[in-house]
Design a protein around this ligand. Structure first.
Ligand SMILES: [Zn+2]
Length: 185
């Protein structure tokens, strides 16, 4: 098996049936990437919903300066990227998104829980993800901790494999670079 392919499978904790025919069984990394993507989609939906709501109100009251301010300061993220600044107009906006997720749970102040999809009226100040409870905040911290651990099996082999892969990729990039510039490594 190609060592780069094996390393990727190992990193993503995926199983495979035979060479060249990977089965994408959900591993911890894959699941976490899925959660991040879902959270990104949540933020897009929440932003758009708030925009639609403010625009609708503004059509009825086009001279309302408060609504104009709201429209210009709708936050792109459901959770602020850093500690809340009381002078940051984006997070003083009063509109809540009137939206339900795929499970019929209404959006909370910060959208939906990163872990369980319930309404999130809290967020984790360390990881900046929306959560529904302290329990889910702790579960998320544990999930991150597990992801940061090295693979449990074949640790030595995996370490060597990653270095070999890195060298293989570096060599490939050098060759590609040489082709682009006309120089051959
Ligand atoms: Zn939760």
């Amino acid at each position: 098996m190609n060592s780069t392919f094996a390393a990727v499978l190992d990193q993503m904790n995926m199983d495979y049936v035979d060479i060249g025919s990977p089965t994408m069984k959900d591993g911890p990394v894959e699941r976490y990437i899925g959660s991040c993507l879902r959270h990104l989609v949540d933020d897009v939906c929440i932003y758009n919903q708030k925009k639609v709501e403010v625009e609708t109100d503004l059509k009825e009251d086009p001279e309302n300066d408060n609504l104009k301010f709201e429209l210009e300061h709708i936050p792109l993220r459901s959770v602020p990227a850093s500690s809340l600044d009381p002078n940051d107009g984006n997070y003083r906006v009063t509109y809540a998104a009137d939206l339900e997720n795929e499970r019929g749970n209404p959006a909370g102040l910060f959208g939906w829980c990163f872990m369980c999809r319930l309404s999130a009226n809290l967020y984790c100040k360390d990881t900046r993800v929306p959560v529904c409870s302290v329990d889910c905040k702790l579960k998320h911290a544990e999930e991150l901790e597990n992801l940061a651990k090295p693979p449990k099996t074949q640790e030595v082999l995996a370490t060597t494999m990653y270095i070999d892969d890195a060298l293989e990729i570096f060599e490939y990039l050098c060759k590609m670079s040489g082709k682009d510039t006309g120089y051959v490594c």
